[in-house]
Each structure stands twice: as structure tokens, then as C-alpha cells.
Write a protein that binds this ligand. Structure first.
Ligand code: MRU
Length: 329
């Protein structure tokens, strides 16, 4: 199934508005780098690789409009702090010798196409870890919507499904923004992969009942020691998996590795608005003026991660991505 979160066409960036899915499939048109930054901030587009690609196209619009490169870079970099793919893509564009529409467009296109290739490679490697009848628990949305296509953790599930494996997926709803319930369920349904959406709080009892063979999640930033920032709630799943003796995998492209950060303690964790907790779809659930704490991500320590599946292969702890990155260059 061909799902894309964005498409460059006719000199503008069209984006599927993920805030409206699954009930409405509407595309919006972004005409300036500022509009792209706003779309990332407000989560029209989300998912680490997808926001990196969006930022790259934001730079294309800036180059076309004669905006100073550093102005656009800083503006786009301020949109969301945790996913390193955003900064990785901006750095890649800014290290080009030329600041022209043609050159930046070529690079943005390459970033997008490379991400799709990475996801197919992640799917290929990850498929080796999936039994023919595996029951898989996943969180958030790590599919085509979160990437250039195919997906990371959901990409492994997709590949295994395409290989004819008879999978069953438990998709955690992923409060507060419900990316699992809205987006992952939408993608799984389109693929015809059997699944059930579950409340996040149902994971422990499912594992205890022996209904989960493995957990697989994506990543927003992986520190040199393998500590992994991902959607809030991922860490709880890793602790639960450890307790129940279930493998816990992270799937991510090498653009999500941050070798400059030694441990997860140094990863900046985005805190989002109070309304994401107190309201659901604009309807107030909490008492007026209820205080909230709303971190969008948590960090799973590397020692709870059975393996990290990347486009370059499967890594097992103790992780040292500072070395891997150096070797890859
Ligand atoms: O806040 P979001 O929806 O951007 O968070 C997304 C996630 O946490 C994903 O798991 C991660 O970005 C990997 S997407 C392939």
C-alpha cells in the first residue's frame, strides 16, 4: 500500500494532515519554510524521519525564496527538539557548498529517497527476528506516515507480512496524541495485517497472559551507548518486556543515531501543551486549571534493548554507536 506523508509537486510541498487522520484524508499546501516549521511544530507531519525530510524541503523553499540559509536553519531547528533526524537533515543541507534551489532540492530529494531505502533495509534485517506466527506489540506510529515510506518498526512488521508471515499486532493507542490508535491502526488496516488496538495500560496483562512474543518500537534519537528516546510510554514497555522475558527491539535508520551524545540523559525531551493531557479532540476531560506534566518522549536505557535494527544491520549491546558511525564514514 502506497502511503506518503508529503509530496513535492509544482514548486510546493503538499502534506497529508496527520492531525485529521483517520477520519479525514486532507492535504495541505506549504509555500514557505515558515509554514513547514509550523507544520512540524503542530504535528501536521510527525515521526522522526518524516520531520527530517519535511525540514529538508523547508530549506528548499527557503533557498528558492532567497532567504538567508542560517535564518531558515535556525527557524526549522526550533520546531521540535527531540528527533535528531531534524538536525541531521538540516546539517546535511547546510554543509552543501552551494545555497541554490537546484542544489538543495537535489539533496532533499536524496534524503527522502535514502530514507525509503533505509526502511526497506531495516525491514529486511528485522524480518530475520520475526517468527512466522509472531504476536507483536508496538507503540506510536512508525510506519509510512512517519517516514518516506514503509516505516521503521512498522516497516519490519510490513516486510514480515509481505513475506507471508501470519502476524498479529497489538497497537498501543499511545496517549496523549493517540498516534497508535489513529495512525498505526489506519496503516495496519490498509495493509490487511490482523491487529487489535489496545489501551496503553493493557500491555502488562497481555504480556503476563503470554500473548506477546516481542515488542518493537521506533526511535527519535539513539545515544552512543544505545539509550533510546522514543514516544512516551516506550520505556514502560521495555521494563515490562524485561520482566516477562520478552525481546524488546528498536528499529531506526542510522540517521537517528546521535554519536555526539554519550548517554540518554543528555537527550532533550520535548514537553508539549497541557491541552494534550486535559482534552481529547478538543473536549475537556480534566477539571479546569488541572495541572499537567506532558513529556512527549522518554528514554529507554540501552541495557533493556535486546537489539537495535538499523539499515546497516542488527546491533546488540553493549552498544557503541560512536564507533559504528566513525566506521561508517
Ligand atoms: O511525537 P511523534 O508522533 O513525532 O513521535 C513519533 C515517535 O515517537 C516515533 O516512534 C519515532 O519518531 C520513530 S518514527 C519512524
Amino acid at each position: 500500500v502506497n502511503i506518503k506523508p508529503m509530496e513535492w509537486a509544482g514548486g510546493q510541498l503538499n502534506m497529508l494532515d496527520q492531525r485529521l487522520l483517520p477520519l479525514r484524508e486532507e492535504w495541505i499546501t506549504l509555500r514557505s519554510w515558515e509554514e513547514v516549521a509550523e507544520a512540524i511544530r503542530t504535528m501536521v507531519v510527525r515521526g522522526a524521519p518524516a520531520i527530517g525530510i519535511a525540514a529538508a524541503y523547508g530549506m528548499v523553499l527557503a533557498a528558492r525564496d532567497g532567504v538567508e540559509r542560517e535564518v531558515a536553519r535556525q527557524g526549522l531547528a526550533a520546531s521540535r527538539p527531540t528527533a535528531v533526524n531534524l538536525f541531521w537533515a538540516l546539517d546535511r543541507i547546510c554543509s552543501l557548498p552551494e545555497w541554490s534551489f537546484e542544489r538543495v532540492f537535489k539533496e532533499a530529494r536524496e534524503i527522502e529517497l535514502e530514507d525509503l531505502q533505509c526502511n526497506l533495509a531495516i525491514g529486511h534485517h528485522g524480518n530475520d527476528l520475526i517468527e512466522p506466527d509472531a504476536r507483536i506489540l508496538t507503540v506510536c506510529n512508525t510506519g509510512s506516515l512517519a517516514t518516506a515510506g514503509h516505516g521503521t518498526a512498522l516497516g519490519v512488521i510490513r516486510t514480515a507480512h509481505y513475506e507471508g508471515k501470519e502476524l498479529f499486532v497489538y497497537a498501543c493507542e499511545t496517549r496523549p496524541r493517540l498516534q497508535g490508535l489513529k495512525l498505526t491502526a489506519w496503516e495496519l488496516q490498509k495493509e490487511g495485517i490482523p491487529f487489535q488496538s489496545i489501551a496503553d495500560s493493557a500491555a502488562a496483562s497481555l504480556m503476563r497472559a503470554g500473548k506477546v512474543d516481542l515488542v518493537i518500537a521506533g526511535a527519535d534519537r539513539i545515544a552512543a551507548n544505545g539509550d533510546t528516546a522514543n514516544k512516551i510510554g516506550t520505556y514502560s514497555l521495555a521494563v515490562l518486556a524485561k520482566h516477562h522475558g520478552i525481546p524488546f527491539y528498536i528499529a531506526a535508520p542510522t540517521s537517528t543515531l546521535d554519536p555526539t551524545i554519550a548517554t540518554g540523559d543528555l537527550i532533550p525531551i520535548e514537553e508539549r501543551s497541557c491541552e494534550e493531557i486535559t482534552h481529547i479532540e478538543g473536549v475537556q476531560m480534566a477539571p479546569t486549571d488541572c495541572a499537567t506534566f506532558n513529556p512527549a518522549f522518554d528514554v529507554t536505557p540501552g541495557d533493556l534493548i535486546t537489539a537495535i535494527i538499523t539499515d546497516e544491520g542488527i546491533f546488540r549491546g553493549p552498544y557503541n554507536f560512536a564507533r559504528v558511525e566513525a566506521a561508517a564514514r
